[in-house]
Write a protein that binds this ligand. Sequence first.
Ligand SMILES: *[C@@H]1O[C@H](CO)[C@@H](O)[C@H](O)[C@H]1NC(C)=O
Ligand SMILES: *[C@@H]1O[C@H](CO)[C@@H](O)[C@H](O)[C@H]1NC(C)=O
Ligand SMILES: *[C@@H]1O[C@H](CO)[C@@H](O)[C@H](O)[C@H]1NC(C)=O
Length: 238
Amino acid sequence: MTMAGNCFLRVSTWLKQIYLPWLILLYNREVHAQLNDVSCIVHNEEFMECRWNHTDGEANYTLFYWYTSTSPEECRNYIQENGYNVGCYFSKDKIIEFENFYLYRNGSSDSGSLTKTFQLQNQVKLYPPTNVTLNMTENNELLLSWETPAKLLECRMYEIRHRSNKDKVWQVQVITAQTKYVLSSVDPTKFYTFQVRSKINQYCASTELWSEWSSAVHWGKDPIQSEYTIPLIINGNS
Ligand SMILES: *[C@@H]1O[C@H](CO)[C@@H](O)[C@H](O)[C@H]1NC(C)=O
Ligand SMILES: *[C@@H]1O[C@H](CO)[C@@H](O)[C@H](O)[C@H]1NC(C)=O
Ligand SMILES: *[C@@H]1O[C@H](CO)[C@@H](O)[C@H](O)[C@H]1NC(C)=O
């Protein structure tokens, strides 16, 4: 081994001895904080779920909630796993936006008690766009279009990602208002994949939550299918 290699080895051993225990400690604290946290998601403005994780030996928690204009109530529809409460289901009529929403979770021990405050318009996670289609225009451009419910139409923004079989990373574009996207330089030898997702835009709320990605749509000759058609048929996997 060279001098430099030896020296590197010693430094990295030292780093491992000093830093690794710290990293593990910090990581565990982080994970524990996340496990113990409550997160609330308003699914497509239709219903809300506030969830936490239950680990063995932890208390069975109860959840209370209220708005600025209402008095505290206990959750009426607990989500349960293995007999323990792990969340609360809220129907649409229990969701009030643009007002502070407070929750208080407690159990028999103090360790898992917490209070949190949200505004629920900022917790909305939309359903992904549907009917995503690709059409080739007369100018050899690829036109991606999708559908989205009329509800909240002016509040939506979209993220489009596409990648060809020759790219390692996704190309990402963010747009508002339109429900279509044009890719102008299309290479006919490539195989393209597109997906879209949707989010409430910054003019309507300040959510960080994107919808899931839509199902993928493709354009071009699938290199895998065209090369391996025969083995796939033999395996019965086609
Ligand atoms: C936890 O509390 C819920 C009611 O809030 C109850 O239905 C459930 O049985 C309790 N689970 C345990 C393990 O005590
Ligand atoms: C949780 O808080 C509520 C409201 O303050 C209280 O009635 C209840 O006894 C508490 N539960 C436990 C297990 O301490
Ligand atoms: C794309 O093509 C399909 C048929 O393949 C057609 O039904 C649809 O209207 C076209 N969409 C656009 C935006 O031109």
